[in-house]
Design a protein around this ligand. Structure first.
Ligand SMILES: [Zn+2]
Length: 275
């Protein structure tokens, strides 16, 4: 299927500075490379994401790392909401976060919203669950004028989001694979911009290694700041495993708006794919 000619606006809602890179970095790079406009909303300030740095140090590094990753992928507009990492539910009750997200959607008018899947099983992080539910509801109802009418009184207009793409954690949920073979290098490079988070990721893998009782001496002895090779292998390994199911060398998988009802009414027409 040939890519659609219409340039679209894509908006990613994430909980933490590196969620986009891990879950959809290759796909976002591909959208941007094809001339679509990509924006990013980061809900928290990452201030619990380290085994060694203070919360203040983490906040100071956050902006630089987020902008570094976004630059590699071709993301333009970045909105940081600055909630404390891990405490999103306490600081922003669901209706408050949904209202904030709806306001951003009505301002930036995305055609496609990417976010965590509110209905995926086994999601352990409360910030991911909070962002997922709020973004899903905001994107589903931003075109309903009776939701948050105070925003319309301020001059914003209702806006219909055409598609929602959820980061699929379980293979059974995937109904859209994106071939990212040409963008895997950018995905890895974008992740490597998040130096603090990557050191944390390696240290976390080392904790798992210890708990597993398995013997991988080079990994056990690795300085977590020497993260490049582990992250590269980890990311390529996951993308290759997802790709095997779809016939691509490297892929990312999503649960996307199905359009099933419209396709039934459209009498044999096919969707034009953007990526
Ligand atoms: Zn996260």
């Amino acid at each position: 299927m040939s890519p659609s000619d219409r340039k679209k606006r894509v908006l990613v809602f994430e909980a933490h500075g590196d969620d986009m890179e891990f879950t959809c970095g290759g796909t976002i790079a591909k959208f941007a490379d094809r001339g679509h406009e990509v924006g990013l909303v980061v809900a928290t300030d990452n201030d619990k994401g380290s085994f060694e740095l203070s919360a203040d140090d983490l906040r100071a590094a956050r902006d630089r790392e987020i902008r570094g990753g976004a630059r590699v992928l071709g993301v333009g507009n970045i909105v940081c909401l600055g909630y404390s990492d891990g405490d999103l539910r306490e600081q922003a009750p669901p209706d408050v976060l949904r209202g904030q997200f709806m306001r951003i959607i009505r301002e930036l008018k995305p055609d496609i919203v990417f976010t965590w899947d509110p209905f995926t099983p086994y999601e352990g992080h409360p910030d991911h669950r909070a962002v997922a539910m709020a973004a899903n509801e905001a994107a589903s109802f931003a075109h309903f004028p009776l939701y948050h009418p105070e925003q319309l009184k301020e001059g914003l207009e209702p806006h219909h989001v055409g598609e929602q793409w959820y980061f699929a954690k379980a293979p059974r949920d995937v109904n859209k694979y994106v071939d990212i073979t040409g963008y895997i290098d950018k995905k890895v490079e974008a992740l490597l911009q998040h130096e603090g988070q990557m050191a944390l990721t390696v240290r976390d893998i080392q904790y798992e290694l210890e708990a597993s009782g398995l013997d991988v001496p080079w990994l056990a002895q690795l300085d977590p700041h020497d993260f490049r090779e582990v992250i590269d292998r980890q990311i390529r390994g996951v993308a290759a495993a997802v790709g095997r199911g779809a016939g691509f060398e490297y892929a990312e998988g999503f649960r996307r708006t199905s359009f099933a009802a419209i396709l039934r009414l459209a009498e044999g027409q096919e969707l034009q794919e953007d990526v």
